[in-house]
Design a binder for this molecule. Structure first.
Ligand SMILES: Cc1cc2nc3c(=O)[nH]c(=O)nc-3n(C[C@H](O)[C@H](O)[C@H](O)COP(=O)(O)OP(=O)(O)OC[C@H]3O[C@@H](n4cnc5c(N)ncnc54)[C@H](O)[C@@H]3O)c2cc1C
Length: 505
């Protein structure tokens, strides 16, 4: 069989998606494919303060990135979870912490035992049984210590907050050191092959100054505009605004406060919500809102009235339509990042979706034949992954009891996918959580958000009754005691940053 290997890959765009793709592919493909990245400094990147989830550690490990160097270079901080304020009812708060509760007992998860005692008024708040949630509220942090076998600290989960522009710069250095060629300039349009086996394939990017950047395979990381996947290939877009109606955001950095919180905060307002992402040199903030329910001026006023410190710039407006491309791989173009779709950052999933798209791209890396079955499977897996995350985000909006605004009432009343309804019903009967295959959010994530949004189980797993109640009580008390001691043992988050990864001021 003839050698069918591709040798030229072109990445269009150098934001988070472009440089993550360039860095990972330069490492994974080990120089066997020539990678060129085209970006325009004049156009710039979205680059709002970014929050991540623990899976980013796998990306860093695969690339053998030194964690201290990465946190320093990106003004990064650590993240143990996301605090949700005003989401069930106004004045309420809960945290979706990373990691797990206590260990399983006789084959059932901790949450089931907790359900029984909680319903009897004999258990503490769910958060008191998770080390990341307790540590986060006490502003404490340390990395997992695998040597502490049996302790929750052995596999404690954490992620990062970082400055997206600095992250792109950091990955650019990494990728260029591994042979990625960078081309500066504006792409005007694409040129099709016009002949041969794949006449509709893109053959080259045509630059504003007349240059041509040729490739066999293109990764579209051009952001919302989807230069190749949409403007050139007219792939089409599925909007999910009936489920996630927010369509605008305003982003603004502000001066940081003294103690840097090791968690993201998402505060619900009258027609949307505000993120707060603490970095070492500043705090990133943004108001995600629905323009049908609040004007841009009102949204700006809400944002500015809810900052920790002085605003360091004018709020930057962004418009979006939540949803995804009909196909994220079309012809010889794979879209990654905002070019592939938009999921609002409520659970900090966009960078994760970039990461999994890159892995999927490697798994289904095409030969010159561009087998349709590979492309179809790539698209099927991407859609499945996005839709599961979408439903988890919809849960936060739908399961609210707020009666103070038309927006929240509409979210509570909106029809939601049958699969989500089914999950809520399963929880409300016996506190059961069923993870759908290998979907991103596990049982422990679902239970925190379901309970945090005030879904209440009427019962619990019947097999819990096989364990005497005093044993369950002792088990819960033990978990809570261990968790509290672990939090005592950890240094403060500020002290940890100062010792290991203080960024230049
Ligand atoms: C309001 C908001 C908040 C977010 N918060 C988070 C968060 O907390 N956590 C998270 O995981 N994700 C978050 N995201 C998503 C995250 O910002 C993006 O997924 C990520 O930045 C990837 O962006 P991108 O690289 O796809 O696009 P961009 O950053 O827009 O980059 C596009 C690139 O394409 C280039 N380009 C475009 N057109 C041309 C052209 N004609 N010629 C040459 N180059 C071109 C640009 O120069 C740029 O380099 C958020 C997104 C938004 C909108």
């Amino acid at each position: 069989m003839q050698n069918q290997a591709l040798t030229q890959l072109v990445i269009c765009g150098g934001g988070t998606a472009g440089w993550m793709s360039a860095a990972a592919l330069s490492k994974m493909l080990q120089g066997r494919v020539q990678i060129t990245l085209v970006e325009s400094e004049e156009i710039g990147i979205v680059g709002v303060g970014e929050a991540t989830i623990p899976m980013i550690r796998r990306f860093n490990q695969a690339l053998e990135i030194d964690e201290d160097a990465f946190v320093k270079a990106t003004q990064g901080t650590y993240k143990l979870g996301i605090e949700f304020v005003n989401w069930g009812r106004r004045g309420e708060r809960y945290m979706h912490g990373f990691g797990r509760f206590g260990p399983e007992l006789w084959g059932l998860p901790f949450e089931q035992y907790w359900q029984k005692l909680y319903q009897a008024g004999k258990a503490r708040d769910l958060g008191d049984y998770m080390v990341t949630r307790v540590a986060a509220y006490r502003h404490r942090f340390m990395r997992a210590r695998p040597d502490l076998q049996g302790s929750p600290l052995a596999d404690m989960q954490s992620a990062f907050h970082f400055d997206a522009s600095l992250y792109a710069r950091f990955l650019r250095q990494y990728a260029e050191a591994r042979g990625v060629r960078r081309v500066e300039g504006k792409v005007l349009r694409a040129e099709r092959r016009g002949e041969g086996r794949h006449p509709d394939h893109i053959a080259a990017l045509l630059m504003e100054d007349g240059r041509r950047v040729e490739g066999e395979f293109f990764v579209d990381c051009s952001g919302f505009r989807g230069l190749l996947i949409e403007q050139e290939l007219k792939t089409g877009y599925d909007s999910w605004t009936d489920l996630l109606p927010c369509d605008r955001a305003l982003a603004v950095p502000c001066a940081s406060v003294e103690s840097i919180t090791p968690y993201t905060r998402a505060t619900a307002h009258q027609a949307g919500w505000q993120w707060r992402i603490p970095l070492q040199h500043r705090t990133g903030n943004g108001h995600v809102y629905c323009s049908r329910y609040i004007s841009d001026d009102e949204a700006t006023a809400v944002l500015l009235a809810n900052l920790d410190g002085e605003a360091l710039a004018d709020p930057r407006p962004l418009k979006f339509v939540t949803g995804m491309r009909r196909k994220v791989w079309n012809q010889n173009v794979v879209a990654i990042g905002l070019a592939s779709g938009f999921m609002e950052p409520l659970e900090s999933t966009s960078i994760h979706l970039i990461q999994t798209a890159i892995q999927r791209l490697v798994d289904f890396f095409p030969s010159r034949a561009f087998e349709p079955a590979d492309i179809e499977e790539f698209n099927r897996q991407a859609r499945w992954e996005w839709e599961r995350i979408r439903d988890f985000i919809v849960l936060h909006y739908h399961l609210n009891q707020r009666d103070d605004s038309a927006f929240w009432k509409a979210c509570a009343a909106m029809p939601v996918p049958a699969t989500l309804k089914h999950r809520i019903a399963l929880y409300e009967s016996h506190g059961r959580i069923v993870r759908d295959g290998a979907e991103l959010f596990a049982e422990v994530g679902w239970v925190q958000v379901l309970h945090g949004q005030n879904a209440r189980a009427r019962g619990y797993h019947p097999l819990v009754d096989l364990v005497p109640e005093e044993d369950i009580q002792a088990y819960l008390d033990n978990v809570q005691g261990v968790v509290a001691k672990c939090a005592d043992f950890m240094p403060g988050h500020d002290a940890f940053l100062a010792e290991h990864c203080a960024a230049p001021r």
